[in-house]
Design a binder for this molecule. Structure first.
Ligand code: FE2
Ligand code: FE2
Length: 300
């Protein structure tokens, strides 16, 4: 483990939406119901082929972490296609090398990880990722593990809020941050242990698209405006997310911190991720792309 306390700068790798899927023939017939059946048919139609080389690409991310001396890894969800237990297990086995030490890996579930409305869908994600869900300020928890706060060295904090929930209807894939979590977010940002740090706020859903507009109602973060309003007090930090399979960074009027979407690290033709460096509470972000065998700078 790098000695973060004494380091002048912190290096962060942010990736998302790897969408590990099992082959359709491995799915038990009992699984073919409700939303999952529609998801499965979409996969059969050809979406799955865009994620054919997931394992190879994640292996490249593991190499990148070493080569780039990464101190902290952030994943903003959508590990799977259908939220099946087998997919979560497989995805976890791929990313496990990135989860050491566990206190230097931060994550939230994506909507695909809790795909159908089942009593245990959140539990299944937590079960797989429990080793990296430790919370340095658990007194702010307002449901499950969230918000989750990690204090990193002396100068950086990560606050993870959960915006994913099971969607009862197949044509809907919208998200919402529960109001209790938004209230807790404000309290966390005002906490003396957090407020003078550089703060990464992470969630799955995109509060804004690459053009600065809100996402479509049935696909977006329903309470994006309320979320961004709460983020306005933040002077040094960044808001990180995925869900949109496009890698982008935007600034917004009234916000001191950038909005950064990791896109999908593995979707063929769209692969992207970010490497950040935080030094004296200043962020430098470097967009990376896939060149067929490795992730390289998108703007050399
Ligand atoms: Fe996704
Ligand atoms: Fe998503």
């Amino acid at each position: 483990m790098s000695d973060i306390e004494n380091k002048k700068s912190l290096r962060v790798l942010h990736f998302s939406d790897i969408h590990v899927g099992i082959q359709i023939r491995h799915m038990g017939w009992k699984r073919w119901f409700s939303k999952r059946a529609v998801g499965a048919i979409n996969l059969l139609r050809g979406r799955a082929r865009y994620f054919d080389e997931v394992e190879e690409k994640i292996a490249a991310i593991v190499r990148l972490k070493e080569e780039q001396n990464i101190d902290l890894v952030i994943n903003t969800g959508d590990y799977t296609a259908l939220g099946l237990e087998t997919e979560l297990e497989l995805a976890k086995s791929f990313v496990e090398p990135l989860m050491t030490p566990p206190q230097r890996y931060l994550t939230v579930p994506g909507n695909h990880d809790i795909y159908v409305h089942e009593g245990n869908s959140h539990y299944r994600f937590s079960e797989q990722f429990c080793s990296v869900l430790q919370n340095d300020l658990p007194e702010y928890c307002r449901g499950g593990h969230w918000p989750l706060v990690r204090l990193v060295g002396e100068n950086v904090a990560v606050v993870a809020v959960n915006s994913s929930r099971p969607n009862p209807w197949p044509w809907r894939s919208d998200g919402e941050i529960p109001s209790e979590q938004l209230e807790a977010l404000s309290e966390i940002l005002a906490d003396a242990r957090v407020k003078d740090r550089f703060v990464f706020i992470i969630t799955h859903y995109a509060p804004r698209l690459a053009n600065g507009e809100p996402d479509k109602k049935l696909h977006g973060l329903i309470n994006a405006d309320a979320f961004l309003e709460r983020c306005k007090v933040l002077q040094k930090g960044a808001i990180l997310f995925g869900h949109i399979h496009k890698t982008y960074q935007i600034d917004m009027k009234g916000l001191s911190v950038p909005l950064i979407c990791a896109g999908s690290a593995t979707m063929e033709g769209h692969e992207g991720l970010w490497i950040y460096e935080v030094e004296e509470r200043v962020l430098r972000s470097k967009q990376m792309k896939w060149n067929g065998s490795a992730y390289v700078s998108a703007h050399p």
